[in-house]
Design a protein around this ligand. Structure first.
Ligand code: BG6
Length: 481
């Protein structure tokens, strides 16, 4: 884009998301010369802040190396800050005037990032629309979950946004779509010949998509308790992965074609039933260290009688020709034994077995984190004299194969995509409404009936009932993942 000015506005610049994610990401993109050369940054929030104060807020998260000090100074010289309320038109007019001072030429573009709590989404977007649209180029708006809390509230938000902006101006972040392995799903599936012929109900027994975190709410209990793990992780991150695993081959890699296929998959999923779920809530481990001693209900920001799940496993079925009958097991939880996010495709048992039941099932595992990897579990003859068999792995671990490639953070990729106008890795309003259709009846039932979650210990693998349900759904445990 040469010298066209780009203005990136962080609304909610004094908040947590801004200092922990947005400013660091902007700095790294700037440091690495990835942004259009004439990009400047505006912060906007209610508090009266100087750039020095804003900078001091962000400093601990910016990871500045000693030899980057000068570049870091240059970054902050390109920063501006305007204070104002979120619902006063006049304040946004001032923001607009301040931005126009930097847009003297014939073209300019603007990006607005809403690092804000949902109650102010509406007034802020109205004010952007009324006062801050770029008249010399494009305007793009980036928003983060929660996109409502059920089908109805999400639709209200989507309708509101659609009344102000075109869909190609709205960038809904699901940061899992910015992760290396999640993006790699499309390449692995459609850039290889060997997977596709077996990628179906005739060969695949079950698919396990998991997200595990070894820590609890960490002071975010207030937010978390209103949403719960299903809204926080399953309805967005895990469901997006399910779409990429299950979708048909898109007509092209154009964002519209990919999003179209994802919506088609979701349309084949019935609303989830409680009987196909296991819900859990962690309790403290008296023998654990530090935070591990504290259960969810001991978080001061969580109501004492909360039944909000911090763990959930759901079994979903996709009713189409490729997947009919194959369980997709989505599992996520906080305060578990490890940090891990992965997709595990488990193939069926070998038909006509001549090895007397010894072969384990093949598995294709895509590990999203930690340590990106793709590996296939195979049976081979034990090397040497014997004719026994053993399980081994065809293993592509990124840290050994690509040790000198810097793996960008998900937000770096996604924010850069917004500059480039690439919507491939963002969520469309159609996907969102299908996702809520699947989860809303279950969420309402849980809340209406105050369904009691099963207690599990901080640092454990979660409720045992979850393993029982996976096993009943054609998933065989060969380890304790
Ligand atoms: C967020 C959730 O979307 O994802 C958090 O709100 C969760 O609860 C986080 O901790 C996990 O992201 P990552 O990238 O650390 O796996």
């Amino acid at each position: 884009d040469g010298n066209i000015p780009h203005i990136f506005v962080t609304l909610g610049a004094s908040g947590d998301l801004a200092k922990k994610k947005i400013y660091p990401t902007l700095w790294w993109l700037f440091r690495d010369n990835l942004l259009p050369s004439n990009t400047i940054f505006f912060g906007y929030a209610r508090s009266k802040l100087s750039i020095e104060k804003l900078r001091a807020n962000c400093d601990p998260w910016m990871k500045v190396k000693p030899d980057e000090k000068q570049r870091y100074e240059e970054f902050w010289k390109l920063n501006y800050y305007v204070d104002g309320t979120y619902d006063t038109r006049r304040d946004f007019e001032i923001l607009n005037q301040e931005m126009e001072k930097h847009e003297k030429g014939p073209t300019a573009n603007r990006l607005f990032y809403l690092a804000l709590p949902p109650p102010v989404f509406n007034p802020v977007t109205v004010n952007i629309k009324n006062t801050c649209m770029c008249t010399k180029g494009w305007t793009r708006v980036i928003i983060e979950k929660p996109f409502g809390r059920d089908a109805e509230s999400s639709k209200a938000l989507s309708d509101h946004l659609a009344s102000l902006f075109k869909e190609d101006q709205i960038y809904r972040i699901d940061h899992y779509l910015g992760k290396e392995m999640v993006q790699n799903l499309i390449t692995l599936r459609f850039g290889n010949r060997i997977f596709n012929p077996t990628w179906n109900r005739d060969n695949i027994a079950s698919v396990l998509i998991s997200f595990k975190e070894p820590f609890g709410t960490q002071g975010r209990g207030g937010y978390f308790d209103e949403f719960g793990i299903i809204r926080d992780v399953m309805q967005n991150h895990l469901l997006q992965i399910l779409c990429l695993v299950a979708m048909e081959k898109p007509a092209s890699i154009h964002p519209d074609d990919i999003r179209y296929e994802k919506v088609k998959v979701l349309k084949c999923v019935d609303p989830l039933k409680l009987e196909n779920c296991v819900l859990g809530q962690y309790v403290g481990d008296p023998e654990g260290e530090g935070d591990a001693k504290l259960g969810y209900l001991e978080d001061k920001t969580v109501p004492k009688d909360s039944v909000t799940p911090t763990y959930a496993l759901s079994v979903m079925k996709i009713k189409n020709e490729r997947w009919d009958g194959v369980p997709f097991i989505l599992r996520c939880g906080k305060a578990l034994n490890e940090r891990k996010a992965e997709v595990r495709i488990q193939f069926k048992d070998v038909p006509g077995d001549i090895f007397h039941g010894k072969p384990k099932r093949n598995e294709l595992v895509m590990r999203v984190q930690p340590g990106e990897a793709v590996y296939v579990k195979l049976m081979t003859k034990s090397p040497g004299m014997s004719f026994d068999m053993e399980e081994t792995e065809l293993d592509l671990s990124y840290h050994s194969r690509y040790h000198d490639v810097k793996m960008p953070d998900a937000y770096e990729r996604l924010l850069l995509d917004v500059f480039c106008g690439m919507q491939m890795h963002f969520v469309s309003s159609d996907e969102l409404s299908e996702a809520w259709r699947i989860f809303t009846p279950l969420l309402h039932q849980i809340e209406r009936e105050k369904v009691r979650p099963i207690m599990y210990k901080y640092g454990s693998r979660g409720p045992k009932e979850a393993d029982v349900m996976s096993s009943a759904n054609d998933f065989k445990y060969y380890g304790s993942y």
